[in-house]
Design a binder for this molecule. Sequence first.
Ligand code: SF4
Length: 102
Amino acid sequence: MLNAFIVMLVLGAILGLILAVASKIFEVQVDEREATVTAMLPGYNCGSCGYPGCSGLASALVNKETDTLNCKPCKAEQRSKIVEYLNSTPGPDGEVLKVKSI
Ligand code: SF4
């Protein structure tokens, strides 16, 4: 009985260690700018920017797939706030984007 308990204890410790190492190796860094920009966009999800919804454009901007904020329903004031935010807020890698608005 004591042997079974010790085996389970050691097995649990080993598996816990493996899970801890795996969580560090496969960690996905989340860029908080994407959620912030998504919240700043109008949220119409009309697709006229060429992306599948506002989160698609936010993701493209943050992931450098585009450098242009081309959200037509967005008011000029809001567009400038988004551009200013992206051009002044560093991402997880410390890099700041250069985004423009049309
Ligand atoms: S054009 Fe603007 S409102 Fe329409 S999906 Fe793109 S970001 Fe959203």
